[in-house]
Design a protein around this ligand. Structure first.
Ligand code: ARG
Length: 490
């Protein structure tokens, strides 16, 4: 079938054949939606046949041609402005003019919008599953370190002792919200624009709910103009990905700092060395994880910038909106998997952590809390301990540090510490492990509080895993059902 055969091949001789041909074409990037387009074509043709818009024989020929096009692969497609046009041309090449019936009652506008959503569903499920696996890794390592005391930092300065378990659970909490955001976005992505045509509907008696069902969508984007124009779901997905990448970047940064302090050792598989400095073991995987966040933020910003101020309905700007979101989803998924692997395999040096945990008078807040518990106004207690902090040094025994606090109490209040609390209790508050154990408020680092947190995290992981499996199964079932429908015609 030649290009100038009237009414058959997709017309591209007059338009888009000139110097701007490459600029106009999305065919190369459309490889990402090749499978999606075939599925969308199949569902559309099945629906056209069911509605009597295309007869079964023509539908069968088109569907058989689509199988052939799929087997040949994206690389074998004829030239075209995009994958939609190229597949249509490939079908017409195989079937003849009847192949052109494939594009009855639709436009590339509703077609591409459907393809993007179809593809993005997979990406979002992949990333969300990776977040669940990362949460599992965090919880597992946390379970091994419920009693491993470590220094907690604010402003990167020693602040209060905590535990490795409590620290890791803090990231499980963040990632749980990332899973939730991705699932939320998924729900809005999972709607079919197909049947909206160019933007203003079609006179053909299409069954939009049927194509939505055949493609496993949870309903349609009803308004036909909204259906083809809207890409807010891309901005939402990109934002959820950027937020996840930002969560991971904090975890990565911490682990980089902790390796620098010598309290964490990454497994060799998650490190890299230098081509010149033979002794080097660098946390490169974590640095790349941190780096992905920059790209993901750029993607979210870029998506919104592209969409801002676009008039209704379809504009070609939209062609540039989605491929990079698929790409960043792949990068963020990989970063999530790598961060999870780094966490799962890292060694926490318990002795080094214990030694570091009390540094910088990190138990000071606990001592002030103790004095306040003994009846002193917290502000006075704060002043006493701040005064002691001027003289307390790393390496002071609990007895020596307690003596300095006592001296400070006399200076500030004129009374000895014993007027409020026992010397024993002060010494205990100065011990990092005792300090951690005392902070047993809900969500705090005391081992029993962390045990509750771990149990809740495990329950959340299980229910999110189940929710993702439901979505995954729904997609698989829809694929199978579509194949079965196609088989009735081929
Ligand atoms: N390749 C186009 C895209 O990705 C398909 C839609 C083209 N529609 C049009 N009216 N030019 O957005």
């Amino acid at each position: 079938m030649s290009d100038d055969d009237p009414g058959t091949a997709v017309r591209r001789d007059r338009f888009s054949g000139g110097p701007a041909r490459k600029f106009l074409s999305s065919l190369a990037a459309d490889e990402a939606i090749f499978e999606a387009d075939l599925a969308v074509d199949r569902a559309h043709v099945v629906m056209l046949a069911e509605q009597g818009i295309v007869d079964s024989a023509a539908a069968g020929e088109i569907l058989a041609a689509l199988d052939d096009v799929e087997a040949a692969g994206h690389a074998e497609l004829p030239d075209g402005e995009d994958v939609h046009e190229a597949i249509e041309t490939a079908v017409i090449d195989r079937v003849g003019p009847d192949g052109g019936r494939i594009h009855t009652a639709r436009s590339r506008n509703d077609e591409v919008a459907t393809c993007i959503r179809y593809r993005l569903r997979e990406d979002l499920l992949d990333v969300a599953e990776a977040t669940v696996a990362a949460r599992e890794a965090l919880v597992e390592v946390a379970g091994e370190h419920a009693e491993t005391v470590m220094p907690g930092y604010t402003h990167l300065q020693p602040a209060q002792p905590t535990t490795v378990a409590h620290y890791l659970c803090s990231y499980e909490g963040g990632l749980a919200r990332d899973t939730e955001r991705l699932l939320d976005a998924y729900g809005r992505v999972n709607r079919s624009p197909l049947g909206a045509a160019a933007f203003a509907g079609t006179p053909f008696d299409v069954d939009r709910d049927r194509t939505a069902e055949l493609l496993g969508f949870d309903g349609t984007v009803r308004n036909s103009t909204d259906a083809v124009s809207s890409r807010d779901f891309l901005a939402e997905a990109a934002s959820a990905l950027a937020t996840l990448a930002t969560t991971l970047s904090g975890l990565a940064e911490d682990l980089i700092v902790f390796s620098n302090k010598g309290v964490v050792e990454l497994a060799d598989a998650y490190a890299s060395t230098s081509s010149i400095m033979p002794q080097k073991k660098n946390p490169d995987t974590l640095e790349l994880t941190r780096g992905v966040a920059g790209d993901a933020i750029g993607e979210a910003t870029g998506t919104l910038s592209l969409l801002k101020g676009l008039p209704r309905a379809y504009n070609r700007d939209l062609q540039r909106a989605h491929a990079s979101v698929f790409e960043i989803a792949g990068d963020v998924r990989e970063a999530t998997e790598v961060a999870a692997g780094a966490v799962a395999t890292a060694e926490w040096d318990e002795a080094a952590l214990a030694a570091a945990a009390g540094e910088g008078f990190s138990t000071a807040t606990g001592v002030a809390d103790l004095l306040a518990t003994g009846g002193m106004p917290f502000r006075t207690a704060h002043e006493i301990v701040a005064t002691a902090a001027e003289t307390v040094e790393d390496g002071d025994s609990p007895g020596a540090a307690a003596a300095k606090v006592d001296e400070a109490a006399r200076k500030v209040t004129g009374e000895p510490l014993s007027a409020y609390v026992s010397r024993e209790d002060v010494e205990s508050a100065l011990d990092p492990a005792e300090s951690v154990a005392s902070r047993d408020s809900a969500g705090g680092p005391a081992p029993e509080a962390v045990a509750d947190e771990l149990a809740a995290a495990e329950a959340g992981i299980e229910s999110d895993g189940d929710a993702l499996a439901v979505e995954r199964d729904a997609l698989d079932a829809a694929n199978e059902a579509l194949d079965a429908e196609v088989d009735r015609y081929v």
